[in-house]
Design a protein around this ligand. Structure first.
Ligand code: AMP
Length: 144
């Protein structure tokens, strides 16, 4: 099986829960909130401007599909989508990725605190926990 990279990181197949022609989605090592996942182009490029029109289209159509599942599965009422595009914007992994984060009433005192939280470093969670979450999400996208 081919090795999958998220930027400089090697990703286990067990962390990936969605693939399309040009994109894939993985569970997060350090989620800001439960259900915080990432969708990336298969081609490893650092900046959004590096993507072809086909990759942009596939990435956002994928993000839309994933957001519907994530909002429902994690019992949210809204979704935050975010791209930190470049180092000065807070990007730490040089591989374009859309953060998809299900949101609930009062998950933060002020809604926009989420952006400061995305910036903070957090403790990594276990691979077992990540694998369990990916296993729960994968069936939503099978045969679709
Ligand atoms: P950014 O700071 O916008 O580049 O976001 C990087 C995201 O990747 C953060 O949400 C991290 O928690 C997440 N992350 C970093 N390393 C890994 C990894 N090995 N597997 C999954 N997610 C990761």
């Amino acid at each position: 099986m081919a090795t999958t990279y998220f930027g400089q990181y090697i990703i286990r197949q067990s962390e990936i829960f969605f693939t399309s022609e040009l994109s894939f989605a993985l569970v997060n090592l350090k989620p800001v909130l439960p259900g915080h996942v990432l969708v990336c182009p298969k081609r490893i490029v650092p900046r959004f401007k590096d993507l072809t029109k086909e990759e942009v289209s596939d990435l956002w159509i994928s993000a839309q599909k994933i957001s519907v599942v994530i909002e429902d599965h994690f019992k949210g009422n809204s979704v935050t989508f975010a791209i930190q595009d470049g180092k000065e914007a807070g990007q730490t992994v040089e591989h374009v990725h859309v953060h998809i984060i299900p949101r609930k009433v009062k998950d933060f005192e002020n809604n926009d605190e989420i952006y400061a939280e995305i910036e903070k470093d957090r403790q990594p969670r276990s691979y077992d926990e990540m694998e369990k979450e990916a296993n729960e999400l994968r069936p939503y996208f099978e045969n679709k």
